[in-house]
Write a protein that binds this ligand. Structure first.
Ligand code: HEM
Length: 269
């Protein structure tokens, strides 16, 4: 959740040797990607409103939907946040880098809502106290830990915190990688080596690969020189392909479970 220089709308210019696209298209695209962050809240709103109005199925519906809709949304937001830097490395674009911070904050808001609703509503699935509902199984503890680890990240995702922490700021931001690990543990404990965990590994693999210092340095240098175009094109197609193999099923999962939640007809499995 690194902070970036504020995005401004103007014409093409050069900053630090990189071509910066600050066109009207960039502004519109940034607002489109920001608008997507409302989707999880819109999908859950009817069930939450029904529960607040005292509808008989209200709490049970939230219990059935919350992990599917908000868990999948949190993960997709996380993955898109992690994709910002690799997209910059590959293309040199900068119009989208402001989204890294926005997506980090939205990820925390979505995960915190997930944790809060789970703590309140999932007594039918995890009978006991509130602690049972958020930590009664190792997979729940891993989900809760992932959410709690986002607090220091979000609290320090601003310029004053960056100045205050100085050289320690990067160390705090590296917690992102710990969260990446705890989310994968959460999904492995839930699903083992099957669909959703495999999807999560598929979206993660290209993002890890593009972060390897050797790869990042090679790609940036080749892009700036305009060399190795064919190798870069083939590698980009392969990486986007592997990413899509995981990303598309996760979006499909959100569409199916999210639309069921929206019409208040979740699958109570
Ligand atoms: C960073 C935070 C979290 C992320 C990224 C995350 C991600 C996910 C994902 C992607 C799924 C699969 C959803 C599906 O089957 O469609 C899931 C399932 C689940 N999550 Fe999380 N989760 C998080 C936090 C939590 C928390 C805080 C809890 C509860 C305390 C929780 C409990 C569950 C449960 C019970 C399931 C299984 C749902 C089912 O298959 O019916 N998760 N999570």
């Amino acid at each position: 959740m690194t902070t970036q220089p504020a995005y401004t709308s103007s014409t093409l210019s050069d900053v630090g040797g990189e071509r910066v696209n600050r066109s009207g298209f960039g502004t519109k695209a940034v607002w489109f990607f920001r608008a997507l962050l409302l989707v999880p809240f819109v999908l859950m709103a009817p069930e939450v409103i029904s529960a607040l109005r005292g509808s008989p199925d209200g709490v049970a519906n939230i219990s059935a939907s919350v992990a599917d809709v908000l868990g999948t949304s949190t993960f997709l937001i996380f993955i898109l946040m992690l994709a910002v830097t690799p997209v910059y490395t590959m293309t040199g674009w900068r119009w989208h880098t402001v989204l890294r911070r926005d997506y980090g904050i939205a990820m925390f808001a979505t995960a915190a809502t997930d944790l809060t609703l789970a703590a309140i509503t999932t007594g039918d699935t995890f009978p006991g106290t509130v602690l049972t509902r958020v930590g009664g199984h190792t997979f729940l503890a891993a989900g809760t830990l992932s959410t709690l680890l986002l607090i220091p990240l979000v609290v320090t995702a601003n310029q004053p915190a960056q100045q205050w922490l100085g050289r320690h700021w990067k160390g705090v931001q590296r917690l992102t990688y710990v969260v990446w690990g705890t989310i994968l543990v959460h999904l492995f404990l839930l699903f083992g080596l099957s669909a959703i965990f495999i999807d999560a590994v598929a979206v993660s693999a290209p993002l890890v690969f593009m972060r390897l210092p050797l790869v990042r340095r090679w790609w940036t240098a080749a892009r700036r020189r305009g060399s190795r175009r064919f190798v870069r094109a083939v590698a980009a197609v392969a990486l986007v392909g592997v990413f899509s193999l995981g990303f598309v099923p996760l979006v499909h999962e959100l569409a199916v479970k999210g639309s069921a939640a929206f019409v208040q007809n979740p699958n109570r499995d």
